[in-house]
Design a protein around this ligand. Structure first.
Ligand code: ZN
Length: 360
């Protein structure tokens, strides 16, 4: 790594970011003020264009032009992108409130996840698919999601819901909530529907390969106005380099999403005894626009008479929630082992916390 450490240890004056500056209606704080006021260190990877602020144990990594930062390796939305002004690096002040609110708290339970965002499909005027006796997908999805929320919270995992009642939330808004949440993963819960009553079984979706991570990075960058990057060229960070970083980040997010989908599918199949329709890929907006690991679980065909009958029962919905919790546990332990195995990196969660939850 081409890291130039600009260590500027100065007197710590105040814990609050001194001297917030308003630029185009958004609050920023300059990196040099943070270094001066908080004794933070700043390091720049010139080749990769990654700016890292080090505050004690905590590391904030940012790429100019992108509003997603990494705080201790976890993606966090800053609400605005990092920019340059008068030779200084300007950091959205929102980063500090968001990252403190959503800071990584190690789970004391058996699922090594800090925070999860659950997305019950449909809601409000959008009922989703209907069963033969008019059971509505939106109600089943919400019931399962609320049950899963309770299971995860009992394991010490923080849960954010895109909806916790019968309201309609647009798809893009669901993704934006996920991107802002600082969550470890996003899980959308749906019931399948078919024109015929024959199909049954469970399946899980991940993002299709037909949209590349480079395209997603370009799309994300295109949403930013050119004014968001002020004097960017003077700091040798080209838009192309930013996109390369972000697409590399998205490739990792895609790998995690596939692992998440596989873990969920394996546990649903194992715990529910339903037909295994496998992990599938699709260009779903809610997956494409979400920058945290994301999967969509189809928990059964509501149009299948026998499945609909099971979905009526609270006990079955609880069983689905337990299967999904086991899937999240399987994924999280896989990630913990993977990160722990990368030389030099801190373990994702203490091994003692990584216990078997599957099969309870
Ligand atoms: Zn649906």
């Amino acid at each position: 790594m081409l890291a130039t450490s600009l260590v500027m240890a100065m007197a710590l004056v105040s814990a609050a970011p001194a001297g917030n500056v308003r630029i185009d209606g958004k609050e920023y704080v300059s990196a040099s003020a943070l270094v001066a006021a908080r004794g933070m260190r700043c390091s720049v990877d010139e080749r990769a264009g990654i700016y890292t602020l080090i505050d004690g144990e905590r590391r904030y990594s940012m790429v100019p032009g992108f509003d997603v930062a990494h705080v201790d390796g976890r993606p966090v939305s800053m609400g605005a992108s990092m920019i340059f002004r008068n030779g200084d690096v300007m950091i959205p002040a929102g980063l500090f409130s968001v990252s403190n609110a959503g800071r990584w708290v190690p789970s004391d339970g058996s699922i090594p996840l800090g925070k999860v965002i659950l997305d019950p499909g449909h809601g409000g005027q959008d009922c989703g698919a209907l069963g033969p006796t008019r059971i509505r997908e939106k109600d089943v999805a919400l019931s399962v999601a609320l049950r899963l929320k309770a299971l995860l919270e009992a394991e010490g995992v923080q849960v954010v819901m895109t909806r916790s009642n019968d309201t309609f939330i647009p798809l893009l808004q669901r993704s934006e909530m996920a991107n802002r949440s600082g969550a470890d993963l996003f899980l959308s819960i749906h019931c399948n529907g078919a024109a015929s009553s024959a199909p049954s079984g469970v399946e899980t979706f991940a993002l299709t390969w037909s949209i590349t991570d480079v395209t997603r990075a370009q799309k994300a960058a295109a949403r930013l106005s050119p004014d968001d990057v002020v004097d960017g060229a003077s700091c040798n960070v080209s838009r192309g380099a930013e996109q390369a970083i972000f697409s590399a980040y998205l490739s990792e997010q895609r790998r995690q999403s596939l692992d998440l989908a596989r873990a969920l599918q394996a546990e649903m199949t194992r715990n529910l005894g339903e037909e295994d329709r496998g992990v599938k890929v699709k260009n779903l907006s809610v997956l494409r626009e979400t920058y945290v690991p994301a999967a969509l679980a189809e928990i059964g065909f509501i149009t299948h008479r026998e499945t609909e009958g099971k979905m009526r029962s609270a006990a079955w919905r609880q069983k689905i929630a337990e299967a999904l919790a086991a899937g999240l546990g399987r994924y999280a332990r896989g990630e913990a082992a993977r990160v722990g195995n990368i030389a030099g990196s801190a373990p994702y969660a203490p091994a003692s916390r990584v216990r078997q939850v599957a099969g309870r």
